[in-house]
Ligand binder design. Structure first.
Ligand SMILES: Cc1cc2nc3c(=O)[nH]c(=O)nc-3n(C[C@H](O)[C@H](O)[C@H](O)COP(=O)(O)O)c2cc1C
Length: 180
């Protein structure tokens, strides 16, 4: 169906999991990191650290630290997200904001990105050792960054995770909506 929006939708970049070998230019990386650094956070605590992984061996190890983290091996660059776990209940929200800022900046510069969750806790410990992150810093997520490779033809059958988004009216409510 054609979009009936009067203007171009302001949607964030979709996930990219297949990458070209082309490296991320140093200037571009600095601009991407700067966007994350300037994300807002509760009480301006900035409870994040961004860990740059360029080395293919390290990226390969990271890719084994999550059940769905394989794309960290094929991207030319990975940015690990360490969170200060002593920073209070807003910290994960804050890191999510920084992550979105990083990914939007990368998208604006023509790069694709996709986060990966590192788990279980033993893998988070291992990721912390690879990153050189010590408590209270825990590296629970990493973002693959690179130029997108041409997409593969769509697979037959149902994808492992749902694609697309819930319809507008399923996610937007007026305050005080009735229990259904
Ligand atoms: C917190 C978080 C963790 C994610 N972890 C993974 C992951 O481990 N592996 C993966 O392939 N994608 C991961 N993703 C990407 C999501 O699968 C993706 O954003 C979602 O399916 C929507 O994809 P789309 O933008 O292409 O529609 C993660 C996204 C978020 C926000």
């Amino acid at each position: 169906m054609w979009c009936t929006c009067p203007v171009r939708p302001l949607r964030p970049p979709r996930a990219t999991r297949r990458f070209l070998a082309e490296p991320v230019a140093d200037d571009d990386l600095e601009r991407i990191l700067d966007a994350g650094r300037w994300a807002g956070s509760a009480r301006n605590r900035q409870p994040w650290r961004f860990v740059v992984f360029r080395d293919a061996g390290l990226r390969g190890e990271l890719a084994r630290l999550g059940a769905y983290a394989q794309h960290l091996a094929s991207a030319p660059l990975v940015i690990g997200l360490a969170v200060d776990e002593d920073s209070g209940s807003d910290a994960h929200f804050d890191v999510g904001r920084a992550a979105q800022a990083l990914m939007s900046a990368a998208g604006a510069l023509g790069y694709g990105t996709c986060p990966a969750t590192l788990f279980p806790e033993a893998n988070v410990n291992r990721a912390g050792r690879l990153a050189g992150a010590h408590p209270p810093w825990r590296m629970r997520w990493a973002i693959a960054v690179g130029r997108a490779a041409p997409p593969l033809p769509p697979r037959r059958g149902r994808p492992a995770i749902a694609t697309g988004r819930l319809p507008r009216d399923a996610v937007v409510r007026e305050a005080g909506w009735p229990r259904s």
